[in-house]
Design a protein. Structure first.
Length: 328
């Protein structure tokens, strides 16, 4: 009998191990479980099950256990597999997967999307899935991941990565960002935004985990560039130069760039481009505005420029994106 049944929904398997961080497993169920098709139907878009290499009682890193009924057979049916962290990852041994976990991974069907949250990335690395790919993990564990698996391009400054169907998230809460990203990729911003609204989290967090790493901060340095980013977001239909951002922050371009990267993990120019593309996606999904008008509204200039950026970032044209995600 099928673990998932015959619903026809996208099937998500959460693969937990002894010492699992229960919040991370819960994030997957919450985000995917809340995704619904547009009204009036409002049908669930995903089916989520929890599985483990050996079904039964699974220890968590808290003072309770969870009982997991499904074994690795769920992985053979899953369209997406998510691996949360375990306290066993805090002192990883390195090397390839072995034992029941390796046997479980062998059941994952070709073409399935595979993601990790926090130090679950060590499992993906041990399975060889991150070789030659950009990946992230919790910033405290990033150096260890790079040392144990030098074939992995470890980026400790981002909230998540998405590399050809293999995804990794940074710390615990970055699992929210990652799961919302997958929902957004599958069903568009409108669905992801509704899930975020119901979960009372932002649909998109600016920047990366660089902003959470503790650094010595001079007492006289302003604490955040958030007012500058808010100022820029209110003017996305206009050209915004680095000098404009620096003037808004009352600092030099060089200092602005350094602080911007420290807070967000991105250069100011890269951050601006991504926010312009976010707005373009929203307009493509929710309006009938022609591509030329959307290019102007988002500050990307011409339709040709918008198409070029869409192809570079998303791999599709604005027209194809609208055809897939137009909400009504």
């Amino acid at each position: 009998m099928s673990v998932f049944g015959g619903t026809g929904r996208h099937r998500v398997a959460v693969l937990v191990r002894d010492g699992v961080l229960p919040m991370e497993a819960g994030i997957v169920h919450r985000i995917f479980g809340q995704a619904r098709s547009a009204a009036p139907a409002g049908e669930p878009l995903y089916q989520v099950v929890t599985c483990t290499p050996r079904p039964g009682e699974v220890r968590t890193d808290a003072d309770f256990t969870i009982n997991v009924a499904h074994g690795p057979e769920a992985l053979a049916e899953a369209d997406t597999v998510v691996v949360p962290a375990s306290d066993a990852d805090y002192e990883p041994a390195g090397g390839p997967l072995s034992g029941p976990l390796a046997e479980a991974f062998a059941r994952i069907r070709p073409g399935a999307r595979i993601a990790s949250i926090c130090t679950g990335s060590f499992v993906l690395a041990a399975a060889g899935l991150l070789d030659g790919r950009r990946a992230t993990t919790h910033w405290r564990s990033a150096q260890r991941l790079a040392e144990l698996y030098p074939e992995v391009d470890v980026d400790p400054g981002v909230l998540f990565t998405d590399e050809s169907g293999v995804l990794t998230a940074a710390g615990v809460a970055s699992g929210l960002d990652l799961c919302l990203h997958m929902v957004r990729s599958d069903h568009g911003a409108a669905v992801a935004n509704e899930v975020a609204r119901g979960t009372v989290v932002p649909p998109h967090r600016d920047g990366g985990q660089a902003q959470y790493i503790r650094h010595p901060v001079p007492a006289d340095r302003p604490s955040s560039l958030e007012p500058v980013r808010s100022w820029a977001l209110s003017r996305l239909d206009r050209p915004i130069a680095l000098a404009d951002l620096a003037e808004c922050a009352s600092t030099s371009v060089r200092t602005l760039t350094r602080r911007f990267r420290a807070e967000t993990g991105l250069s100011p120019s890269r951050w601006l481009l991504l926010r312009r593309l976010d707005l373009a996606r929203e307009l493509l999904e929710s309006t009938d505005l022609p591509v030329e008008r959307i290019a102007a509204r988002t500050g990307l200039g011409t339709a040709a420029s918008l198409r070029a950026h869409f192809h570079a970032e998303l791999g599709v044209s604005p027209t194809a994106y609208r055809r897939t995600f137009r909400t009504g």
